[in-house]
Design a protein around this ligand. Structure first.
Ligand SMILES: [Zn+2]
Length: 364
């Protein structure tokens, strides 16, 4: 099947988080589609999220893993009927990421049908838009999947190669103070003041905006939520804040936690708890897989391909956490999570040619 037709089939599944039967149905569909060609297919289901892993060989550790997700963010029903305008397909999931997933599914089907026995794996999951806990994170951490290199076509549009991505540390911090009347503050301990003092102390290591650095490739901090106090004339005895730190390599989750803890110890009465985290991605430009990928992409496209970086996180963070070099790259499209999501179908075919040339080079 051409990528175009498979993409249209995939888009008609309304695979949003609140439709578990559709998450199962799309994985059933892909499993049926791939099963005649002799790939090894493994099914997983955890907390109602279905996944499929395809490999050519009997291994959980192929040389290269590709990963794609088949869930999408919610949209009006009409966005689940693909609209074709020549080379463009519009609708939910066209670019994020049923288009690139269709590329991967077709690539694996085509290679297997030709009798190839490449050392490759494909991971297809259905919970990326809600955090990947039961998909990629589960498969890598609990099921023991691994690889020497990974590619995720979920970012880096127009074939840019994303080899750096910021890491994230989200935590909540809370302070217990002592209530008192607002006219006798010396009798109390103001919990909001404690949080503010902690935040100001921790913020000292982050550049303040405007920072003057055009690409903002630096650590950042944001209080996303703060809650505390009841009345103007009461010293608050409790305050809680949710803080979002983004960091660049060589910072890690562990070193950033140590930094948070160093500030916390200065303010007795504060406690914190990590809500979620993700390691930063950094694949050095001399990595042989990365070099080969760039050479192949340059050859197929007939132009220079740039390395680039992204501030937001992808499923790549779970590969990075396992020390697996991972890159993010994609075809041409846009409007993800918006009413105008679209993909250029010809560019999907180009992406398939790049991936095919890459795997023929590195994973035979
Ligand atoms: Zn900045």
């Amino acid at each position: 099947m051409a990528v175009r037709n498979l993409l249209k089939e995939l888009m008609r599944f309304k695979t949003v988080a609140q439709n578990p039967q559709q998450l199962k149905a799309i994985i059933d569909f892909v499993e049926d589609y791939l099963s005649p060609v002799g790939l090894r297919l493994r099914r997983y289901e955890r907390n109602g999220k279905h996944s499929l892993v395809a490999t050519f060989r009997d291994t959980k550790n192929p040389e290269i893993f590709f990963a794609g997700h088949l869930d999408v963010v919610d949209a009006p029903d009409e966005m689940f009927e693909p609209k074709e305008e020549g080379n463009i397909i519009r609708g939910r999931g066209a670019f994020d990421m049923k288009g690139p997933s269709a590329v991967l599914i077709e690539l694996f089907r085509e290679l297997a049908a030709e009798g190839k026995d490449y050392d490759l794996g494909l991971m297809l999951t259905t919970d990326e838009e809600v955090g990947s806990r039961d998909g990629v994170e589960y498969l890598l951490k609990e099921e023991g999947y691994s690889s020497k290199f990974a590619i995720i076509p979920d970012g880096g549009d127009n074939f840019r190669i994303i080899n750096r991505e910021k890491g994230a540390l989200h935590f909540r911090v809370w302070a217990e103070g002592k209530a008192a009347h607002g006219s006798r503050v010396w009798d109390g301990v103001n919990a909001i003041d404690l949080i503010i003092d902690f935040y100001n102390d921790l913020s000292l290591i982050f550049p303040t905006e405007p920072c003057g650095i055009p690409d903002h490739w630096h650590n950042t901090i944001n209080i996303g939520k703060i809650q505390g106090g009841t009345k103007v004339n009461i010293v608050p005895d409790y305050c809680e804040a949710h803080i979002d730190i983004r960091f660049v390599e060589p910072w890690t989750v562990e070193s950033m936690k140590k930094q948070v803890e160093a500030s916390l110890t200065k303010f007795p009465g504060l406690q914190y708890e990590v809500m979620s985290y993700g390691e930063a991605i950094y694949v050095p430009e001399e990595n042989p897989y990365l070099r080969d990928y760039r050479d192949v992409a340059t050859g197929v496209l007939g132009r220079e391909v740039q390395f680039d970086k992204e501030h937001g996180a992808t499923d790549g963070r779970f590969f990075a956490e396992k020390g697996i070099p991972v890159i993010i790259t994609n075809a041409i499209g846009g409007g993800i999570h918006s009413p105008d999501e679209w993909v250029d179908v010809e560019s999907l075919e180009t992406l398939r040619r790049i991936f095919r040339a890459f795997v023929e080079k590195v994973a035979p």
